[in-house]
Write a protein that binds this ligand. Structure first.
Ligand SMILES: Cc1ncc(COP(=O)(O)O)c(C=O)c1O
Length: 428
């Protein structure tokens, strides 16, 4: 064994955390040394019900014993139930569900639907987007590693993400997002060679450091799409299923997309994703020989989990919990901003919050080294508070399970407060 890498796990995304985790329950993960660590990233932004939720455990036990996996041409009772349950909590325009496994896959399926349904191929995505690492999804991802993997899919254009805190269109406290959006589309219209099939966007950009579009933005974006005959795809991998204080983030602005993708939170940590669209688009795709045939499409076991997650979302009013606890947590983070000069911005909605560290509030220079140090110190003190990667290594993405308690929120924030106090120097 190589001393520099004392294990056999390929480093698929830079360095691993030092802790080796043995078990998890609720909002806590426990490492091999018996330490309990608050999980304020919900695993990989997915475990909305916390870990080892008893009803999910029971569902998996029953499902694996009864019906686990099938040939992809079979439908099963769990899949009929899950797709009906999902359609029941979505508007009528989103009633046809393609059940898949991962977020990247759900976006591949969505992009392919848009291309098949419109007969066009060009795609618009935010310049700070993250839609996955598979071919089409990574071509529409501008916030990840674009270099070093050969050519991307042709015909994908970047639209400026509406970042009130850092946009060049924001000056003197006024953010002219409408001009930014119109200018973005003007540039795209000039570059486009055939026709735009779709825009794919996260209603709140998460990997980019929690960027919430200003009120009215998504409606204006939808209007741009409508005028060009393009479809609008919302990627709610992270924002779906109550996280932002409504069941789906699109409800907040009242903009219903043509295609919705769900993953991460849909399986509450287990691999389940879905691409959802209207009956008309589904029919058009079917008529044009749409193909997205994967090994785990419409698998019964994850579908059973999905039904249970939806049942718990509705029964326990998780979106309301996210709204209330999110308001409470946001208040505490704003209090940190009052007391620590390094906290430049607090933003986000529900229990999907961002806290940005800066060198100083005038220059807004990103405090990357401080971000990594504060995140590492929080981990030592017992809270996993994720800092972004590379250009966003100064933004904490704070997203505990929706089942987190107020006491756990208090503990995590006091750990962050202590770490900032020790490492950030000057106080506000
Ligand atoms: C908004 C969004 N879409 C898609 C993905 C990709 O999901 P997966 O990693 O399950 O392929 C992610 C992952 O972080 C994401 O945040």
């Amino acid at each position: 064994m190589n001393d520099a890498v004392p294990h056999h796990v390929f480093r698929y995304g830079g360095d691993f955390a030092d802790a080796i985790i043995e078990r998890a329950s609720g909002a806590l993960i426990h490492d091999r040394d018996g330490r309990a660590i608050l999980d304020f990233t919900s695993g990989q932004m997915s475990a909305i019900l916390g870990h080892a939720h008893p009803e999910i455990v029971a569902t998996v036990r029953a499902a694996i014993a009864n019906l686990d996996h099938l040939h992809s041409s079979f439908l099963s009772t769990p899949v009929l139930d899950f797709t009906a349950a999902l359609a029941a909590i979505l508007p009528d325009a989103l009633s046809m569900v393609l059940p898949l496994s991962t977020g990247g896959e759900s976006n591949e399926a969505a992009l392919r639907m848009a291309k098949t349904a419109t007969g066009r191929f060009e795609i618009v995505a935010f310049d700070r987007s993250w839609h996955g690492v598979t071919g089409g999804a990574s071509s529409a991802t501008f916030n990840g590693a674009r270099r070093g993997n050969g050519p991307t899919v042709p015909g994908v254009f970047a639209l400026p993400a509406p970042h009130a805190y850092r946009s060049p269109f924001a000056a003197g406290g006024v953010y002219d997002w409408r001009s930014e959006l119109d200018w973005g589309f003007e540039m795209i219209d000039r570059q486009c060679v055939a026709g735009l099939a779709a825009a794919i966007v996260e209603p709140i950009l998460s990997s980019a450091g929690i960027i919430e579009p200003p009120p009215g933005y998504l409606a204006a974006l939808a209007e741009h799409c409508r005028r060009r005959g393009m479809l609008l795809i919302f990627d709610e991998a992270q924002t779906g299923l109550g996280r932002t204080g409504t069941r789906f983030a699109f409800e907040h602005e009242g903009v219903v997309p043509d295609i919705l993708t769900l993953s991460k939170t849909l399986g509450a940590g287990l691999p389940l994703a879905a691409t959802v669209t209207s009956r008309a688009i589904e029919q058009r795709c079917y008529d044009h020989d749409y193909l997205f045939y994967t090994t785990h499409a419409a698998d019964p076991l994850p579908a059973a989990v999905g039904s249970k997650v939806i049942e718990l979302l509705v029964r326990d009013r998780l979106e309301q919990r996210a709204r209330e606890l999110g308001g409470y947590l946001r208040g505490l983070l704003c209090d940190l901003q009052q007391r620590h000069e390094a906290v430049g911005d607090v933003r986000g909605r529900g229990l999907l919050l961002g806290l940005e560290l800066v060198e100083d509030r005038r220059s807004k220079a990103p405090a990357h080294a401080l971000g990594s140090a504060v995140s590492a110190r929080c981990m030592e003190l017992g809270a996993s508070l994720n800092i972004g990667r590379k250009s966003h290594a100064n933004v904490f993405r704070i997203a505990p399970p929706l089942t987190v308690t107020r006491a756990q929120i208090d503990t995590a924030v006091s750990i962050l407060d202590q770490a900032l106090g020790e490492l950030a120097g000057r106080r506000a």
